[in-house]
Design a protein around this ligand. Structure first.
Ligand SMILES: *[C@@H]1O[C@H](CO)[C@@H](O)[C@H](O)[C@H]1NC(C)=O
Ligand SMILES: *[C@@H]1O[C@H](CO)[C@@H](O)[C@H](O)[C@H]1NC(C)=O
Ligand SMILES: *[C@@H]1O[C@H](CO)[C@@H](O)[C@H](O)[C@H]1NC(C)=O
Ligand SMILES: *[C@@H]1O[C@H](CO)[C@@H](O)[C@H](O)[C@H]1NC(C)=O
Ligand SMILES: *[C@@H]1O[C@H](CO)[C@@H](O)[C@H](O)[C@H]1NC(C)=O
Ligand SMILES: *[C@@H]1O[C@H](CO)[C@@H](O)[C@H](O)[C@H]1NC(C)=O
Length: 811
């Protein structure tokens, strides 16, 4: 691992040198850029924790398996928490996803504290979910008394119990502090509730001397037909005093405790029942009583849950675990440094919080895969690649290639054992796909960016390529769970609208995504020296054209002509109203999973008609040329067809680049941030989708937008006088400086934010509209000259426009 102090010192020296140089040459440039040593202090984990964001704000390591947090009785408690103070706490559970939909995922093994006065008798303690529900203390401003920062969560409950949480990779440490008035603190362990009441085959036993609880059950997946097993091992300690043996103990079922029972079998719990263990302990000899609960989790066995906890938290030292956790976050987040001069605190916090949320999922479950033994890493909680492939992995490529490589290895290992790459996997279960097999562009992105370092990163090019070919060529038994509808794709070169061979739908959006997947494969084939395959998959990457109907117009707006449309197996087009699934859909349909017969997923035909990231130049031609393309983009934004909550729209603000109008992209992307993202608990449009929205916002704020499986990033201006990315694999730092930076317009409109000229290492660059990956490999200083003229262009040279397949790009 990287030495944090050395890295920070090095950055400090570099930034200081650059600052001095800038001072002598550029009027008004900042000379005060300081290294941000504690970026964790700039992270607001509560962003998007109410109003449908479903963000998890509890304690986790970067990509940690344990995500320990508060569970509330909110119906929107997909991430456990809800910032709305009306909702009560019902426990503090150990796993979780962040920003997902489906049924509540992974709220397993809730711990809860009681005072003896909360119980009429030990046998009648409020142990069930709804009787134990306890309000949070409400602060004078009406918000709950909760706090969260990377690796730490705390709350004060209305019954005066304070709860604090921190985490290692496979174990959580909780601290429950009871008021001095408590006579006997009680601790409750819930074995069965997972957020869904789906438990079956639950087992649990407790040790009456040590109060160790071991147990587990089988639970239902969140977004698919499968299930998973999870196990726990809970130990208690007094902080600063000897907890001794419990004074009371028992097994509870709903709201009745069988005192003295030590095994769940003694209370006859069945499927879905609420059950667990309860203890009464001695209080501390003086002052408030703090009880530590160390909770190991495993997907293999409760014995392994115990050894995970013993190995990772042998000392029950809450402050040490918290400190180590935060240091890991600071090392990771600190690889991206921004100069905050003239930038509002909100923007700085929005940036680091977005970066932070890009490192919650997928999660490192290495050693916890019950399905096969392997020495490869095991990551899970992809939920879904369809959401994250567009932006999350390209952000990792810039500053966290080692985690990226481990995730790629895990995906390839899954393909080796199951036949296909994971798509929407959660807790070892295959879940419903949303579109194509979107691990393809994730692997493609990795190979394009890191093929020269693959050996050092332990990624096998042969295995990676074979995994891609399996996805592209072999039809799985159920392509609704992983892989593609490969036979139809190969036969028709689009997915026919009359084909439902697994009861599936979304044929048009899948056609577009398969085409992009095949583009990614073609890039890998080319780099592997396989021109035949490269040509074959480039050809297939052009299949998007097969669902383009040039004669369809938006009702009432004949100038917007030509749409992606469903097509039947005999080659004739079906008709789906271009407004279908948009806010202007006369039928008010939605395009979520299931029963969505128009052919599109989470986006209207209007939106999908802009989705050919690898060949936007041809799309521009199909749409009638430059002016008509710009007019169509304006129409999409002005008429509110742009859909900030769903990923297929993410690239849209940047598409003006391809019409040589990058100023319009800069303004649109900044308006999107101003209108849809902020630092409040409601600060996200829709679900965060496992970091899809976090990584997207981070890119917009950095003034970049990625094109996965290519060597290009589209370029705009950052929200900072400078931003730098340290890449540990290349041991290089690239700094993008906005020369003439005067701040960011509040509403995203106008301002001195448009890029007039670009230089790299003081030499004029070939384009004002994109940066090649080489700039980031070698570590460069990129200087952007800003203007307030929105009419800027990409430049005049041959390579000024970003590449597209049909204009000979990517060669
Ligand atoms: C809870 O109460 C403690 C003092 O009892 C205080 O230090 C802390 O800031 C409060 N809030 C949270 C969220 O922990
Ligand atoms: C993995 O190896 C262990 C130890 O040899 C064995 O007990 C276990 O059954 C194996 N698991 C699988 C899924 O093959
Ligand atoms: C690659 O594998 C070697 C040998 O197992 C190991 O020492 C090294 O840390 C690994 N590197 C990465 C980046 O995983
Ligand atoms: C579009 O209209 C033209 C002119 O009427 C016609 O030749 C062409 O076949 C139509 N294309 C489709 C896909 O309907
Ligand atoms: C093509 O298939 C569609 C849907 O099955 C049908 O309505 C149409 O008549 C067919 N057209 C031709 C030319 O066979
Ligand atoms: C990384 O780069 C720095 C300075 O650029 C150098 O001092 C250091 O030795 C390099 N580290 C490695 C592992 O090459």
């Amino acid at each position: 691992m990287l030495n944090l102090k050395a890295c920070v010192r090095l950055l400090a020296i570099l930034l200081e040198l650059r600052g001095l140089r800038a001072q002598t040459t550029v009027v008004g440039a900042s000379s005060s850029s300081k290294v941000i040593e504690d970026p964790a202090s700039l992270v607001l984990p509560f962003i998007g924790t109410t109003n449908g964001g479903h963000v998890f704000p509890g304690a986790t390591l970067p990509h940690g398996m344990i995500k320990v947090g508060m569970d509330t009785d909110s119906p929107e408690n997909h991430g456990g928490y809800d910032a709305d103070p009306r909702f009560k706490a019902i426990g503090f559970s150990q796993l979780h996803d962040s920003g997902t939909g489906g049924s509540i995922p992974l709220s397993n093994f809730k711990i809860f504290g009681h005072k003896d006065t909360d119980c009429s008798s030990f046998e009648k303690c409020p142990t069930s979910l709804f009787t134990r529900a306890t309000g949070r203390r409400i602060l004078p401003d009406g918000t709950p008394d909760d706090f969260a920062s990377p690796g730490y969560f705390s709350t004060n409950l209305s019954n005066d119990i304070r709860v604090e949480l921190t985490a290692t990779r496979r174990a959580a440490l909780h601290r429950y502090t009871f008021p001095s008035s408590v006579a006997s603190p009680h601790m409750v362990v819930d074995i069965t509730n997972d957020g869904q009441r789906s438990s079956r085959d639950a087992e649990m036993s407790l040790d009456p001397k040590t109060a160790r609880v071991q147990g587990g059950a089988t639970f239902s997946a969140s977004f698919g037909p499968g299930s998973y097993q999870a196990f726990t091992c809970v130990d208690f300690r007094g902080e600063g005093f000897d907890l001794g043996t419990p004074v009371q103990l028992g097994v509870w079922l709903y709201d009745t405790t069988t005192t003295g029972a030590t095994d769940l079998k003694q209370v006859h719990a069945g499927s879905g029942d609420e059950a667990g263990a309860i203890f009464g302990f001695r209080k501390a000899p003086s002052g408030p009583t703090s009880i530590l609960a160390r909770v190991g989790v495993s997907l293999i066995s409760s014995q392994q849950a115990c050894s995970n906890a013993e190995e990772e938290i042998p000392d029950f030292d809450f402050d040490r675990v918290h400190r180590d956790n935060r240091a890991e976050w600071n090392e990771l987040l600190g690889r991206v440094q921004v100069d905050t001069t003239g930038v509002s605190e909100d923007i700085v916090k929005l940036f680091y919080s977005s970066l932070y949320r890009s490192h919650i999922s997928p999660a490192d479950y290495s050693g916890e895969n019950p399905k096969w033994n392997s020495t490869e890493p095991y990551y899970d909680s992809y939920y879904c690649n369809w959401d994250t492939y567009r932006t999350l992995y390209s952000l990792l490529a810039l500053h966290d290639p080692v985690n990226y490589a481990r995730i790629v290895r895990a995906m390839v290992d899954i393909q080796k054992h199951e036949g296909w790459l994971p798509e929407c996997r959660g807790a070892t279960a295959q879940q419903w796909i949303q579109g194509g097999s979107n691990a393809d562009p994730i692997l493609g992105e990795f190979w394009v960016k890191f093929h020269e370092r693959a050996t050092a990163l332990n990624v096998s090019g042969d295995d990676l390529y074979n995994a891609l070919l399996a996805d592209a060529e072999n039809e799985p038994p159920n392509w609704n769970l992983q892989g593609r509808q490969a036979n139809a794709w190969k036969t028709f070169n689009y997915i026919p609208h009359d084909f439902y061979d697994s009861g599936g739908d979304k044929q048009v959006s899948r056609t577009l995504e398969y085409a992009f997947g095949d583009f990614a494969i073609s890039q890998v084939a080319k780099l592997r020296g396989n021109p035949e395959d490269a040509a074959k998959y480039v050809q297939r990457a052009g299949n998007y054209f097969n669902v383009w109907n040039p004669n369809i117009t938006v009702p009432g707006t004949p100038s917007v002509r030509g749409m992606m449309q469903p097509r039947t197996s005999n080659g004739t087009f079906d008709y789906t109203d271009p407004r279908h699934c948009s806010i202007h859909d006369p039928e008010g349909s939605t395009c979520f999973l299931g029963g969505n017969l128009g052919g599109f997923y989470e986006g209207s035909p209007i939106i999908y008609s802009q989705y050919v990231p690898h060949d936007t130049a041809r799309l521009l031609d199909l749409q009638g040329g430059t002016q008509s393309f710009v007019d169509r983009l304006d129409f999409i934004f002005e008429q509110k067809y742009f859909e900030p909550t769903d990923e297929p729209s993410q690239q849209m603000p940047f598409m003006y680049h391809y019409a040589n109008r990058p100023g319009l992209s800069t303004q649109r992307s900044r308006q999107v941030i101003a209108q849809h993202f902020d630092t409040t608990v409601r600060g996200l449009p829709g679900n965060d989708d496992s970091g899809a929205m976090g990584s997207y916002a981070a890119f917009y704020l950095a003034g970049l937008y990625p094109l996965p499986a290519t060597r290009q990033f589209l370029l705009s201006s950052p929200y900072f006088p400078s931003i730098s990315f340290f890449n540990p694999v290349f041991n290089s730092t690239t700094t993008i400086k906005a020369i003439g930076f005067e701040g960011n317009p509040e509403d995203g409109t106008g301002g001195k934010v448009f890029v007039k000229a670009v230089s790299v290492n003081r030499k004029p660059y070939k384009s004002n509209c994109y940066l090649d990956w080489d700039v980031f490999i070698s570590g460069s200083t990129v200087e952007l000259t800003l203007t307030d003229d929105i009419g800027v262009t990409c430049g005049n040279g041959r390579d000024a426009l970003p590449p597209s397949l049909s204009t000979g790009g990517y060669d």
